[in-house]
Design a protein around this ligand. Structure first.
Ligand code: SAM
Ligand code: SF4
Length: 448
């Protein structure tokens, strides 16, 4: 790839493209806020931006190749390119190679260093190229601007990194060691988001339920303590959290599902496999029985809870019989919705060099069978919701005139018509289930 044309000095407009998980969406929003503080504005829809941030994901498949093709697509007809920054986990893992292979890229910035993006943009405007993949001791959060904008739903990263080292996963290498953001900072950020219009906050972390902190009274608290305090914010209507690890599902957090009304009845608790042997090889440190007993406790605390999870099929050495155990687990739980993936070898992880890698056609067939079962259960969950009356947070307009889209407490997409506004929490009867959404009928506006 070559890029002989000059790059734009002093960019006026930006575009941030985030791939992958919700934490990347959060990081992408924060980078946008940093650029806005520099007087750089979002590029209008359909127009080229002077500065493009590709906020990448490295969790599966040909992540790096995707980045190179995105860089290629940014090239304009006259051969010039915008100022390009590659951020996120691919930047962390393959930053030097990206710099060597893609001259159009002027900045490579890792997930723990993006608070330095404004300085990098200034230097890049003057023709410099630079890489910052430090994992500095100070947290980037202290250097980020205060939150001033929010839609009706907002993400709030409370915990980052991971010390669990599942043998397939790249996160501990790209995001670094587990850190919990301070309690006071989170309460302040949440209050600002609510002042800016957020009605629902989703607390984020690679292991969000491993969060710990110290409250204003100096007491050590876990995620349940944080949730209880956030629930005191008057205009905050809903709290969610993701993604949890089964080993960090404490009795206190389970109890909070029973008695914090603002904590929505939804739990995303990845299990990955229904086979104890595979779980051990994955270094998951929990067994199927343990996982099921946690779900039982959660259901006792909150009987209507909707359950969700992540699955990997085709982990090295997974036999047909072990895959059948995964299907059996799915049948036992009855998930409301799930994510499922083919195992993807990640460079540098222990599983990538394990023998007995499962052939692609076998993985394809296992994924097809698993997803058929998961889709069946999702549709069954939606069908069983028909006839219920529940609160829906209005998120945006739908495609059809007068139509609105929002979420039920169980994270189902609900569409309905009526006289409402974005951010309202309204009462809706769920009348017709589809595989991915539910048609509702507006009852009365519940609260504005
Ligand atoms: N911390 C969470 C947990 O322990 O379950 C998950 C975070 S991870 C970013 C999101 C999901 O990506 C995982 O739950 C797993 O299902 C999937 N994943 C991670 N590495 C993978 C790989 N190498 N191949 C396929 N899927 C993978
Ligand atoms: Fe990856 Fe495992 Fe950590 Fe989740 S717990 S982020 S899957 S290493």
């Amino acid at each position: 790839m070559s890029n002989s044309a000059p790059t734009p000095a002093n960019p006026k407009t930006y575009r941030v493209k985030s791939f992958g998980c919700q934490m990347n969406v959060y990081d992408g929003d924060r980078m946008a806020e940093l650029l806005a503080e520099q007087g750089i504005t979002p590029a209008p829809e359909g127009e080229d931006a002077d500065l493009v941030v590709l906020n990448t994901c490295h969790i599966r498949e040909k992540a790096a190749e995707k980045v190179y093709s995105d860089i290629g697509r940014l090239r304009r007809e006259d051969g010039s390119s915008p100022l390009i920054a590659v951020a996120g986990c691919v930047a962390q893992a393959e930053g030097e190679e990206i710099m060597a292979r893609a001259p159009a890229v002027k900045m490579v910035v890792g997930p723990q260093a993006y608070h330095r993006l404004p300085d990098m943009v200034k230097a890049a405007s003057q023709g410099q190229r630079m890489t910052d993949t430090d994992m500095p001791a100070e947290t980037k959060f202290d250097a980020l601007p205060k939150r001033r904008r929010s839609g009706p739903t907002a993400f709030l990263t409370v915990q980052e990194g991971c010390d669990k080292f599942c043998t397939y996963c790249v996160v501990p290498y790209t995001r670094g060691a587990e850190i919990s953001r301070p309690h006071a900072d989170l309460i302040e950020e949440a209050k600002r988001l609510v002042e800016a219009g957020a009605r629902e906050i989703t607390l984020l972390g690679q292991n969000v339920n491993a969060w710990t902190g110290e409250n204003a009274k100096g007491q050590s608290v876990g995620l349940d303590g944080l949730i209880r305090e956030l629930a005191e914010i008057p205009d905050l209507a809903r709290i969610r959290y993701t993604t949890s690890h089964p080993n960090d599902m404490t009795p206190g957090l389970i109890e909070a599902h029973g008695d914090v009304a603002k904590l929505m009845p939804f739990l995303h608790l990845p299990v990955q496999s229904g086979s104890d042997r595979v779980l051990k090889a994955m270094n998951r440190a929990h067994q199927v029985e343990k996982y099921l007993s946690i779900l039982e406790e959660v259901r006792k605390a909150r009987p209507d809870i909707a359950l969700s999870g992540d699955f990997i099929v085709g982990f090295p050495g997974e036999t047909d019989a072990e895959f059948e155990e995964t299907l059996k687990l799915v049948d036992t739980v009855g998930y409301a919705q799930c994510f499922s993936f083919k195992y993807s070898p990640r460079p540098g992880t222990p599983a990538a060099t394990m023998g007995d890698q499962v052939p692609m056609p076998v993985m394809d067939e296992r994924l097809r069978r698993l997803q058929t079962a998961l889709n069946r259960d999702q549709y069954a969950f939606n069908t069983a919701s028909v006839g219920k009356t529940c609160e829906v947070l209005v998120e945006r307009r739908g495609k059809h005139p007068g139509q609105w889209l929002g979420k039920s407490p169980w994270l189902q997409s609900v569409h309905f018509t009526g006289d409402v506004a974005v951010g309202d929490v309204v009462t809706v009867e769920l009348v017709e289930a589809g595989p991915n959404s539910i048609a509702g009928a507006l009852k009365v506006p519940a609260s504005a």
